[in-house]
Each structure stands twice: as C-alpha cells, then as structure tokens.
Design a protein around this ligand. Structure first.
Ligand SMILES: C[S@@+](CC[C@H](N)C(=O)[O-])C[C@H]1O[C@@H](n2cnc3c(N)ncnc32)[C@H](O)[C@@H]1O
Length: 247
C-alpha cells in the first residue's frame, strides 16, 4: 500500500494522525448524524443495511461474537442488531472518540449492544475471539491501514469474517461529478453546519489517500485474508470489502 494510513493536515507521525482524527470526531459529534444524512441524501442508510445483509448468515447465529469497529454514532451497529436473533450474544460496538461513542451508546445500548472505548489498532480483545468484524466509514481514518488489518486478523476466529464499508473514488463522468461534490460542495456545507472547518476538508483528502480497491484487496490478501472481494455500491462511490480468516 502506498500510504501507510490517514494523515490529517498538520500531522507528521501515526500518533499525531490518530490524535487529530480522534479530536476531530469528538468536535463534530453533536452534528455528525445530521450532516451525514444531509450530505449523503440518506443513501448511507441503504449502505449500512446492504452491508449488514451481506453477513446475514453469521448474524443469525445466536452464539456469534460480532464487533462493529469505529462505530461512531452507531448506525452500522443498529443495522447489524436488526439481524440478530432475540437470544443473540450482545454486539460489541467500539470507537476511540468518546463523544461519538456516547451518542452511539444512547441509540444502541437499549437494543442490546455493548459500547467499548478502544483504539482499532490496539483492541482490548483476546486473539481469535470474534466471528464477524465490521467497520463502516472508519477504516479510512486509521493511522496505519496494514496495522489495522493485522489487528482485525488477530482478533478474528479462524473462519471469521471481515466487512469494511468505505468510500472510494469512481472513475468516468460519475467520478468527475462526484469529485466536484466531494471536494467543493461537501467541505463548504460541512464546515458551515458543524462549525469545524478542517473536518470536512479532511473527508475528501482522506478518501483520495485511501488505496484503490485492487491495492486494498492485495494488502488484505498479504495479511492472510482469503478469499477477499470488493462490491461497489452506487457506481463505486462506496463499496464493501469482504475478507475471511482461513479456517
Ligand atoms: C466517519 S465515522 C463512522 C461512524 C459510523 N461507523 C458510521 O458509519 O456512521 C468514523 C469513526 O471512526 C472512529 N475511528 C477512527 N479511527 C479510529 C481508531 N483508530 N480507533 C477507533 N475508532 C476510530 C472515529 O472516532 C469515528 O467515530
């Protein structure tokens, strides 16, 4: 992978990048849900549900340990919970930004998920303890993508599944339209509504920095995931990476 990970403006090393990402999400937390739905015209709801549907088999197993990482305000967690049986083991929902997790917990704790304040690169979980690990729009923010994949591989059980839902940059005319929206419209509206200017400039730059699907799939394979796949959503504006830790 060319870029080791996310690098918000003004940060030099991985520690600095990680701290900047955390503080940015803590700042935008009060307006995050509103902005998300407005800026994505509510398409994000369909993406979370579609991603959860892809894992319906493991989600239907009552004993399965599910971890939703970078859960933020919890909408992916809720999509997963909708597919859990009544007697299912509680879903773990982890994030390192306290303000995001607080808002997520208010939504998902009443439905049976457990919040966990933790860094995705150093999970406080035993090796081989998770059956399904999902992360929606969080992976792109990790300060080191490969280290993230290695940590996911560590906590997954043999046969365990990984789902990474994130943005990508489509090509062609759709790509040009999308680039205009993402680089011009979105940072302006985002800054206005959230009152935090850097955060919504960071979003397009973090997507641009994020490896393209062929590179990402290659890194997933090199960490040990097999098989791996990428399914584009809505012309490739977003997409779901899937990987399995071999049995
Ligand atoms: C764009 S939000 C996505 C939230 C939610 N999954 C969703 O789909 O709306 C990204 C989240 O990832 C979290 N995050 C980024 N890096 C992280 C890390 N290293 N460890 C844990 N959480 C992280 C941020 O705090 C933020 O809440």
């Amino acid at each position: 992978m060319a870029a080791p990970g996310a690098q918000p403006e003004g940060t030099g090393d991985e520690e600095g990048a990680s701290a900047a990402v955390r503080s940015m999400f803590d700042q935008i937390a009060p307006r995050y849900d509103l902005l998300n739905h407005v800026l994505s015209c509510n398409i994000d709801r369909l993406w979370w549900r579609r991603a959860a549907r892809s894992f319906r088999q493991v989600l239907a197993r009552p004993d399965a340990q599910i971890l939703d990482l970078c859960c933020g305000t919890g909408d992916m967690t809720l999509a997963l919970l909708r597919r859990r049986p009544k007697n299912g083991r509680p879903v773990l929902a982890a994030d390192f930004a306290h303000q995001m997790l607080l808002r997520g917990a208010a939504k998902f704790v009443p439905r049976g998920a457990i919040p966990l304040e933790a860094d995705a690169l150093h999970l406080p979980l035993p090796a081989a303890s998770v059956d399904l690990l999902t992360t929606a729009f969080g992976f792109r923010n990790l300060a080191n993508y490969r280290a993230g994949l290695e940590e996911f591989y560590r906590v997954l059980k043999p046969g365990g599944e990984l789902g990474i839902l994130d943005f990508s940059e489509p090509g062609g005319p759709m790509g040009r339209l999308y680039a205009f929206y993402f680089r011009r419209v979105l940072p302006a509206v985002g800054s206005l509504v959230s009152g935090v200017s850097g955060a919504y400039r960071y979003l397009p730059s973090s997507v641009h920095r994020f490896p393209a699907p062929p590179q990402m799939l290659q890194t997933m394979r090199s960490v040990g995931f097999e098989p791996v796949s990428w399914t584009p959503y809505n012309f490739g504006i977003a997409g779901l990476y899937r990987g399995q830790k071999p049995s």
